[in-house]
Design a binder for this molecule. Structure first.
Ligand code: XMP
Length: 512
């Protein structure tokens, strides 16, 4: 990957920065987000094909506003400034930036000059998302105007000799029509990229560099059955084969058949050195009588680590510990944290007790969709690659109140039917997460001539892109009806089904 062409994205704290990086990669060019104050020497060392300045909340004329070393404009590397990025270019090169009479946050029809290589192939006008307080009121020397609206006289500018471009709107969001084409034009018409970033070359290069790094030493990986750790494990297996050992702690709180499926794929299909620890009884006995959600999480987290540790000790010293860290984890870490709503226990978090020399994170530079593509490239089955997110503490936080083996079985069966009907209705790729929750509520029902007094099951399904906010999914009534009929008929102990119609916020996705 070292020799791939690269685009550097200088981070001025804009809200869409990750999206810019993803769009560039969708155009088959590798991109990386770096702090805005990256040194000129470092930039020279990386030798990117182009640089993008992101948007950001500051005003360029404020004291302490984030800025760049002016030398960056003399490196001969093409630059595209977006929103704040454009204002910064203008401000630093002698143009003017002023506060607008009113803040703009809307889609505007922007007049574009299609003689500019940036807007090659565009109509005269294009709908673009504008979101700004300030605007460029005077062009810097050597620049020309290549876009305008009624309210924003300079919406795009360029200095074609120096290959420096600025746009006031956001090409990275879907609200901007053909926004990706503007990014594509920048990459191919202006930076002269060839487009060498794709997942098959990623696999090839990563396997090769893992081989060189690990040689005949030993690596250990905690496998959860989730997509990230699965892809990391298969990559490592391809590189070092039997020198990789995977430990899969099955806490018994996985969905129906899931433990067996994970074992089958990794042992049979990939012939991975896999140790499955069946620890259901141990986990259930620790959880007996526990009703508080946070206590459940804590117990499971601690027990998971203890179980993993016991197994790791048997293996002895290893040289490398494999982690399934992905790019959003890397760029998000360090960002100020809000209030903790739930303490997320992520199985596979960094264990400090395993005796190892170094961590390997082969997916550290990938976005989730790229991890999925890599998984498919490696031949991991689709149902695993597109597996919906599943919380580390598993079904324990979907059984409200205390957890018993009986409740666990009821929930596994009900959840299985729900998933089965969703797949039949072809909604499995549309919904981002969907599952059943066994409430602790019993109510009266009637079955034939008999009165019943059984559990109420809740169904939850959401649509979301980031899981920070989510809308409840408007599943068709006939699908809900099928699910409800099947569950009450096939599972004793459930006589009532409800559908959760709250979004997040105010509710959370999980019930506990
Ligand atoms: P909430 O319930 O906070 O969930 O809206 C947001 C996303 O996080 C998942 N989740 C967890 N994942 N450990 C995890 O690894 C946890 O303790 C945990 N709690 C919630 C949840 O499934 C959803 O995708």
């Amino acid at each position: 990957m070292e020799d791939n062409e690269k685009i550097l994205i200088l981070d001025f704290y804009g809200q869409f920065n990750q999206l810019i990086a993803r769009r560039v990669r969708e155009c088959n060019v590798y991109s990386e987000i770096v702090p805005f104050d990256i040194s000129i020497d470092k930039i020279k060392e990386i030798a990117p094909k182009g640089i993008i300045f992101t948007g950001g909340p500051a005003s360029v004329y404020e004291k302490d506003a984030p800025t760049v070393n002016k030398e960056i404009f003399n490196l001969g590397i093409p630059i595209l400034g977006i929103c704040y990025g454009m204002q910064l270019i203008s401000y630093m090169l002698g143009g003017n930036v002023e506060k607008a009479s009113r803040r703009e946050y809307c889609i505007k029809s922007v007049n574009l000059d299609d003689s500019s290589p940036l807007f090659d192939g565009f109509e005269n006008t294009n709908d673009c998302l504008m979101t700004h307080n300030d605007y460029v009121s005077k062009l810097p020397d050597g620049f020309r105007k290549i876009g305008y609206t009624d309210d924003c006289p300079i919406s795009a500018m360029s200095n074609e000799n120096k290959k420096i471009y600025g746009i006031q709107f956001h090409p990275e969001v879907n609200h901007t029509k053909n926004g990706i084409k503007i990014i594509h034009n920048f990459l191919y018409n202006i930076c002269n990229c060839k487009g060498d970033w794709n997942m098959s070359s990623f696999v090839e290069e990563t396997v090769q560099s893992l081989k060189e790094k690990i040689r005949d030493k030993k690596a250990l990986c905690a496998l959860s059955g989730g997509v990230d750790s699965s892809v990391a494990a298969v990559l490592l297996n391809k590189a070092i084969g039997k020198n990789l050992t995977c430990i899969f702690v099955d806490h018994g709180l996985l969905r129906k058949n899931e433990g067996d499926e994970v074992e089958k794929v990794f042992k049979e299909q990939f012939d991975i050195n896999l140790i499955r620890v069946n620890a259901k009884d141990k986990f259930l006995s620790k959880l007996a009588g526990v009703t508080d959600p946070e206590s459940k999480r804590k117990i499971i987290g601690e027990e998971f680590i203890r179980t993993f540790e016991e197994e790791a000790k048997k293996i002895g010293k290893v040289d490398f510990l494999v982690q399934g860290t992905i790019y959003p984890d890397v760029i998000e870490s360090g960002v100020g944290k809000g209030q903790t709503i739930k303490s997320h226990h992520n199985v596979g978090g960094l264990p400090d007790y395993v005796d190892f020399k170094e961590i390997v994170e082969p997916l550290r530079n990938l976005f989730k969709d790229e991890v999925r593509k890599t998984g498919l490239e490696l031949g991991i089955p689709e149902n695993l690659v597109y597996r919906q997110p599943f919380p580390g503490p598993g079904l324990a936080i979907r059984i409200i109140g205390d957890i018993t083996e009986e409740k666990l079985e009821i929930l596994k069966e009900a959840d299985y039917i729900f998933r089965d009907e969703i797949a039949k209705a072809r909604l499995d790729r549309v919904l981002n997460q969907y599952f059943a929750v066994l409430t602790n509520l019993r109510s009266v029902g009637v079955m034939g001539d008999d009165r019943t007094y059984d559990y109420t099951l809740a169904l939850r399904a959401v649509e979301t892109s980031d899981f920070m906010t989510a809308n409840f999914a408007k599943i068709p009534y006939d699908v809900l009806e099928n699910v409800s009929t099947r569950i009450v008929n096939e599972i004793t102990n459930i006589n009532r089904i409800v559908y959760d119609i709250t979004s997040k916020p105010p509710a959370t996705i999980e019930w506990e």
